[in-house]
Write a protein that binds this ligand. Structure first.
Ligand code: PLP
Length: 498
């Protein structure tokens, strides 16, 4: 298999550096009504002495500018994107058609409830489907991302304990947990206590017993966890947590392994959040807004965010604001409605059996890829970190590769770009040395999985001959190795990059 040839590197210019004074892409019609005073349009304190400088470009220049930038990017529509924990699956075009229907796309967030009955019905039905999938009966669609759903969930837990006159300040989470879990705990004003991972890749039960006490508000858990393993001790874990009066929180960002197969509610969880922009196919990663609904058990329901969608006896829908124990609003309006439409279209077009097929195929694809990598001899340098099989994703240990072939996981990831693949997630979970976390998803073909496995084998083979090739990769991308720390801390977004 050959890497692509290097493309010519053109200088990147911002749209402000293009065009010429007076050039326009759009001509506003002449005002044929009395023009209002500027002061009526914008209060004095918001006005500048000079209007802001805008790009002066023609329509073809705008189109070429943005199409050109988009071609420099790597996206799911152009190639395999096996980011672990992120579920970069195909976004069916049917969903876009449905979301673009005028009744959905032109709905105004301030529309009267009486005139938004169809939208409320769709949201109500989506809530019902998510309740069924999670095994938890009450749903709020409000949160705008997985991490926002987590925050809602931890605030719900806090409100639940406070209502019982308890002040619990600790939240338990395993050392494999997604970075947003500890961040959420801190944002909610609680204290994080980390749980160790046992030899089987699940929670170390002795450590859990030692740390579960009456100061614990909840345990946050992902199952299957970020090692791609289902924690078979979940019933015992739930008993320990409920035994000390705490709640059990399911980080359901990624449900791709379990839809239609197992339900957090049946495992004993009290609260779960979903990432509609993962398992339920919303475009994400810069491709669109997110949505992180939550589902909860009966004892948590009184605390749900307001407004809650309610159905009257005559079948009409209303928004309920008067709920004495609610944690309040998590955001303006009802959430990202376009995400609800797409997720609902996905659930309806697949049905219960189809969702189950999705999860089974996701698990099958991940295990197929793992087996293919083993068959190609990759496991010698990149062994599976824990276990033998996986659920929807797996984590490889890059330690032997680093020691024996002198290339790091980062080098492998960068070299994959030259083979036309987006790299998997790297260096997460933190407890795995030189971690490489791969989630192929159910929408990839066998040929793609084979080609990816061959690319990894080829890179390792190449590194055995000359590690410098991977160490200096990529060669074919518009930019080579970036100073990622500087890029994050001092982003240059208003000047030419070259
Ligand atoms: C396991 C897990 N939990 C939580 C999140 C947070 O979701 P979001 O990025 O939508 O805030 C993610 C995704 O990044 C995740 O993979």
């Amino acid at each position: 298999m050959n890497a692509t040839t290097p493309t010519q590197r053109e200088p990147v210019r911002t749209i402000f550096q293009k065009g010429a004074p007076g050039r326009r892409a759009f001509v506003c019609p002449t005002v044929d009504v009395p023009a209002p005073e500027v002061s009526q349009l914008l209060p004095e304190r918001f006005r500048r002495a000079q209007p802001p400088r805008l790009p002066e470009v023609s329509e073809p220049e705008i189109v070429r500018h943005y199409v050109g930038i988009s071609k420099r990017n790597f996206d799911l529509d152009s190639g395999f994107y096996p980011l672990g924990s992120c579920t970069m699956k195909h976004n069916p075009r049917l969903h876009e058609r449905v979301a673009a229907l005028p009744g959905h796309a032109r709905l105004h967030p301030l529309q009267d409830v009486e005139r938004a009955q169809g939208a409320l019905e769709l949201m109500w039905k989506l809530q019902g489907a998510l309740a069924e999938i999670s095994g938890l009966p009450y749903v709020s669609l409000q949160p705008s991302a997985g991490s926002h759903g987590e925050l809602a969930g931890v605030l719900l837990t806090r409100a639940y304990h406070e209502d019982r006159g308890e002040s619990r300040h600790k939240v338990l989470a395993p050392d494999t947990s997604h970075g947003t879990n500890p961040a959420t705990v801190t944002m909610a004003g609680l204290e994080l206590v980390k749980l160790a991972t046992g030899a089987d890749g699940g929670i170390d039960i002795d450590d859990l017993r030692a740390k579960a006490d009456e100061d614990v508000a909840c345990l946050m858990l992902t199952n299957p966890n970020t090692l791609g393993l289902f924690d078979a001790n979940i019933v015992e874990i739930a008993e320990i947590i409920h035994g000390v009066g705490a709640t059990l929180y399911y980080d359901g960002a990624n449900l791709n392994a379990v839809m239609g197969l197992s339900r957090p509610g049946d495992m004993g969880f009290d609260i779960v959040h979903f990432n509609l922009h993962k398992s339920f196919t919303q475009p994400h990663g810069g491709g669109g807004p997110g949505s992180g609904p939550i589902a909860v058990s009966e004892r948590i329901e009184p605390f749900l965010p307001v407004p809650v969608i309610a159905r009257a006896a005559d079948g009409s829908f209303t928004l309920e604001y008067q709920r004495a124990k609610s944690i309040g609003r998590m955001r303006g309006f009802q959430g990202n409605y376009g995400c609800f439409v797409r997720a609902y279209a996905y659930i309806c077009s697949l049905g219960a059996e189809g969702l189950r097929d999705v999860s089974e195929a996701a698990v099958l694809n991940a295990n197929y890829l793992l087996a293919r990598l083993r068959q190609l001899g990759v496991a010698e340098h990149l062994p599976l970190a824990y276990g033998e099989l996986c659920m929807h994703e797996f984590v490889l240990n890059g330690g032997p590769m680093k020691r024996e072939l002198k290339i790091k996981t980062l080098d492998l990831a960068k070299r994959l770009l030259d083979f036309g693949f987006h790299p998997p997630t790297v260096y997460f979970p933190l407890l795995v040395e030189e971690a490489l976390m791969v989630e192929p998803t159910e929408t990839e073909t066998r040929e793609t999985l084979d080609a990816f496995a061959q690319a990894i084998a080829a890179i390792l083979h190449e590194a055995a001959e000359d590690p410098m090739i991977a160490q200096n990769a990529p060669y074919s991308t518009p930019v080579r190795r970036l100073d990622e720390v500087a890029a994050a801390k001092h982003p240059v977004i208003r000047e030419a990059l070259d």
